[in-house]
Design a protein around this ligand. Structure first.
Ligand SMILES: *[C@@H]1O[C@H](CO)[C@@H](O)[C@H](O)[C@H]1NC(C)=O
Ligand SMILES: *[C@@H]1O[C@H](CO)[C@@H](O)[C@H](O)[C@H]1NC(C)=O
Ligand SMILES: *[C@@H]1O[C@H](CO)[C@@H](O)[C@H](O)[C@H]1NC(C)=O
Ligand SMILES: *[C@@H]1O[C@H](CO)[C@@H](O)[C@H](O)[C@H]1NC(C)=O
Ligand SMILES: *[C@@H]1O[C@H](CO)[C@@H](O)[C@H](O)[C@H]1NC(C)=O
Ligand SMILES: *[C@@H]1O[C@H](CO)[C@@H](O)[C@H](O)[C@H]1NC(C)=O
Ligand SMILES: *[C@@H]1O[C@H](CO)[C@@H](O)[C@H](O)[C@H]1NC(C)=O
Ligand SMILES: *[C@@H]1O[C@H](CO)[C@@H](O)[C@H](O)[C@H]1NC(C)=O
Ligand SMILES: *[C@@H]1O[C@H](CO)[C@@H](O)[C@H](O)[C@H]1NC(C)=O
Length: 516
C-alpha cells in the first residue's frame, strides 16, 4: 500500500518535473514577453503610447556654424580657413497628431516639431551673433542655373545683383537668428527676365528653405524655419500588435510606400523607424537598425557595436559606420544615390561621405557627417584649417535598452554643405577654389526621461526575479522528483512526498511590468 502510493508520487512528480521544465524554458519567458510587448505596442492603453505621442522631455537641438575667417584670401584663390562657432542650443518639442489607423496594423500620424532658443545653454553665444558663412542661397541659384543652361550664368549673375543686394563675393554676413529661423530676405521685384527665372524656379520647386514673403515680393531663406512651422508626414507606422518585431517600422510616408526622389526601388526604400521607437531586443538583436530621415529623403543605419551599461541600464550600442555613406565602389547598392555629376573624375557619384540632397530638396545641397567624419580624405585637403573629424564629437549613435528596445540615449548629427565652384563667367567666383563648403551642422539629442528610466529599472529588477524564479522552480521540481524517486525505491517517506503540491502555483501569477 505504501509502495503503491510512493510510485504514484514518483509518477506525479515526474509530471511536475516535465511541467516545470516546460514552464521554465517556454512558459515564463512567454508570459513575461507578452507583458512587455503589451506595454510597448502602439495602442492607447499601453505604457509607451503617450510617451511616444508627445515626447515628455524636449530633445536638444544644437547648431554649430562655420565662420569663414579669410574671405578676402578665398576670393583670391586661397584655401578656406574656418572657425566653428557653437553650440547654439534649442529645445525641440515633438508631438504627433494621430490621423487614424490603417490596414496591416498601422497608425498614421503627422509629426510636429517646435523649437525654442535656450539662452542659458547657449551662453555666451546669442542669436544676434554675426557670422560670415558661404552664401548658400546665392551658390544654390548659380549652381542650378549652371546646370540648366551653363551659357546663361554670367547673365543671370548680373541679374542676381538685384536679387541679392551687395553682391561682392560668395559669402554673407548674417545674424545667426536670420540664418537659422527668421530668414534672409531675397527680393524678387524687378524688371528682369533672369531674375524672374530664378524666382520662378524657387517657386516651382517649393524648396523648404524658401518661405514666400506674405506680400509676394520675394522669399525668406532660412535653414530650419520650415521644421518649426510645418508638420511632416503623414507617416504610416506599424503598431506591433500583430507582430511585435515590426513595431515602429515606417511603411508609408506622404502616402507612398517608397521615396520617389531617387527614381530607384532600392534607394527609395523606407527602412526602419523614425528613431523614436524600436522593437524589443530580447529575442532578436539585429546587427543593424535603420532610421528613416525625411529631411534627407532616405534611410540611414547604425551598426551594432556591443553591449554597454548606460545610466546603469544594460543596453546595446549602435553606431554609424562607413557602409552607409560609402561610395558605390565600396557599397554597390549606394549607386542609386548618385544622381548628379559633381566632377568628371567622379563618375556621377559624390565623394565618399557625401549625400547629394538635390533630388530631395530641389536645391543643390550636400549633406555629410560633421567635419566630413567617415568621408574621403580628399574633402579635408580643401581647407586651410577648422575642419577636423573626430569620432566622439561627430558620429551618430543610439543606445537601446537590452530588453525592451526603448531608446536610452541617442545623438544624430548632420552637416549641410554646398559646393563653392569656380566659374570664370561670374566675377564673384572667378578665382575661388572649387570644393564642398560646409555651412553648419546640427546635433539632435534625446535621452530617456528619468521617470521612464525608473520604470525600466523596475522592469529589469522584476525580470531578474522572474529569471531566478524560473531556476528555483526547476531546481525544486528536480529535487522533488529525486526525493520521490528515493521514496519509491525505499517505499517510505510519505511525509516528504506530500509537500510537492504548491510548486506550480507561482505560474498563475501575473507579472505586471506596468507601473506607470
Ligand atoms: C483608443 O484607440 C481606438 C482605436 O484603436 C480608438 O477608437 C479609441 O477612441 C481610443 N480611445 C481613446 C480613449 O483614445
Ligand atoms: C566670425 O568671423 C568674423 C571675421 O571673419 C568675425 O568678425 C566675427 O566676430 C566672427 N563671429 C563670431 C561669432 O565669432
Ligand atoms: C496589407 O498587406 C497586404 C498583404 O501583405 C497587401 O496586399 C496590402 O497592399 C497591404 N495594405 C496596405 C495598405 O499596405
Ligand atoms: C517656433 O515657432 C513657435 C511658434 O509656433 C515660436 O514661438 C518660436 O519662437 C519658433 N522658434 C524659433 C526658434 O523661431
Ligand atoms: C551694402 O553695402 C554698404 C557698404 O558696404 C552698406 O552700407 C549697406 O548697408 C549694404 N546694404 C545692404 C542691404 O546690406
Ligand atoms: C549673400 O546673399 C544675401 C542674401 O541671401 C545678400 O543679402 C548678401 O548681400 C549676399 N552677400 C554678399 C557678400 O554678396
Ligand atoms: C533596407 O533594409 C534592408 C534589410 O532590411 C537592407 O538590405 C537594405 O540595404 C536597406 N536599404 C537601404 C536603402 O538602406
Ligand atoms: C546600479 O544598479 C544596481 C542593481 O541593478 C545597484 O545595486 C546599483 O546601486 C546601481 N548603481 C547606481 C550608480 O545607481
Ligand atoms: C558625368 O560627367 C562625365 C564627364 O563630364 C560623363 O562622361 C558622365 O556620363 C556623366 N555622368 C552622369 C551620370 O551624368
Amino acid at each position: 500500500m505504501l509502495g503503491k502510493n510512493a510510485k504514484l508520487f514518483f509518477c506525479g512528480s515526474m509530471g511536475v518535473l516535465v511541467a516545470a521544465i516546460a514552464m521554465a524554458a517556454w512558459g515564463f519567458p512567454k508570459i513575461v514577453q507578452s507583458q512587455i510587448n503589451k506595454n510597448l505596442q502602439l495602442e492607447n492603453s499601453s505604457t509607451m503610447f503617450e510617451k511616444w505621442r508627445v515626447v515628455p522631455v524636449p530633445l536638444t537641438f544644437k547648431i554649430y556654424v562655420f565662420n569663414v575667417t579669410n574671405t578676402d584670401e578665398v576670393n583670391e584663390g586661397a584655401k578656406p580657413a574656418l572657425d566653428e562657432i557653437g553650440p547654439f542650443v534649442y529645445k525641440e518639442y515633438r508631438e504627433k497628431r494621430i490621423l487614424g489607423y490603417g490596414e496591416n496594423d498601422t497608425i498614421r500620424y503627422m509629426l510636429k516639431k517646435t523649437f525654442y532658443f535656450d539662452e542659458e545653454a547657449s551662453a555666451p553665444l546669442t542669436q544676434d551673433d554675426e557670422v560670415t558663412v558661404i552664401n548658400y542661397s546665392y551658390m544654390a541659384a548659380l549652381l542650378t542655373v549652371n546646370d540648366l543652361m551653363p551659357a546663361a550664368v554670367g547673365l543671370v549673375n548680373t541679374a542676381l545683383g538685384s536679387f541679392f543686394t551687395n553682391l561682392t563675393d560668395p559669402f554673407m554676413r548674417v545674424k545667426v537668428r536670420d540664418l537659422f529661423f527668421d530668414g534672409i530676405f531675397l527680393n524678387c521685384i524687378g524688371e528682369n527676365s533672369a531674375l524672374s527665372l530664378v524666382c520662378g524656379k524657387i517657386k516651382a520647386d517649393k524648396q523648404p528653405n524658401m518661405r514666400p514673403a506674405e506680400d509676394g515680393s520675394g522669399f525668406y531663406f532660412s535653414m530650419f524655419n520650415y521644421l518649426n512651422t510645418t508638420e511632416s508626414g503623414p507617416y504610416d507606422m506599424v503598431r506591433g500588435i500583430e507582430n511585435i518585431h515590426e513595431l515602429g517600422h515606417i511603411v508609408g510616408f506622404d502616402g507612398a510606400p517608397t521615396m520617389r526622389y531617387w527614381g530607384d526601388p532600392y534607394c527609395g526604400q523606407l527602412n526602419g523607424s523614425d528613431g523614436s521607437i524600436f522593437p524589443p531586443l530580447n529575442q532578436i538583436v539585429p546587427d543593424r537598425v535603420y532610421i528613416f530621415e525625411p529631411e534627407i529623403c532616405r534611410s540611414m543605419s547604425v551598426g551594432l557595436v556591443g553591449e554597454r551599461n548606460i545610466f546603469n541600464i544594460s543596453s546595446y550600442l549602435y553606431e554609424i559606420d562607413e557602409s552607409v555613406l560609402a561610395s558605390k565602389l565600396a557599397n554597390r547598392n549606394n549607386k542609386c544615390f548618385c544622381k548628379k555629376n559633381w566632377s568628371a573624375n567622379h563618375d556621377g557619384c559624390l565623394l565618399m561621405g557625401l549625400i547629394n540632397l538635390a533630388p530631395c530638396r530641389g536645391a543643390p545641397a550636400i549633406a555629410s557627417l560633421p567635419h566630413f567624419y567617415l568621408g574621403s580624405e580628399e574633402l579635408l585637403e580643401y581647407f586651410e584649417e577648422g575642419v577636423k573629424p573626430e569620432k566622439e564629437k561627430h558620429e551618430s549613435f543610439v543606445y537601446l535598452d537590452a530588453t525592451t528596445g526603448v531608446v536610452i540615449k541617442g545623438l544624430q548629427r548632420i552637416q549641410f554643405n554646398i559646393e563653392l565652384r569656380n566659374m570664370k563667367s561670374v566675377p564673384q567666383l572667378e578665382k575661388v577654389p572649387t570644393g564642398v563648403f560646409p555651412l553648419l551642422w546640427i546635433e539632435e539629442g534625446a535621452e530617456i526621461p528619468a521617470e521612464l528610466r525608473q520604470e525600466l529599472h523596475q522592469a529589469h529588477t522584476l525580470l531578474g526575479y522572474v529569471e531566478a524564479l524560473r531556476w528555483a522552480i526547476l531546481g525544486l521540481a528536480i529535487l522533488l522528483s529525486l526525493a520521490s524517486g528515493w521514496c519509491a525505491s525505499r517505499a517510505t517517506g510519505v511525509g516528504l512526498c506530500a509537500r510537492q503540491h504548491n510548486s506550480v502555483s507561482f505560474i498563475g501569477n501575473n507579472f505586471d511590468l506596468n507601473k506607470g
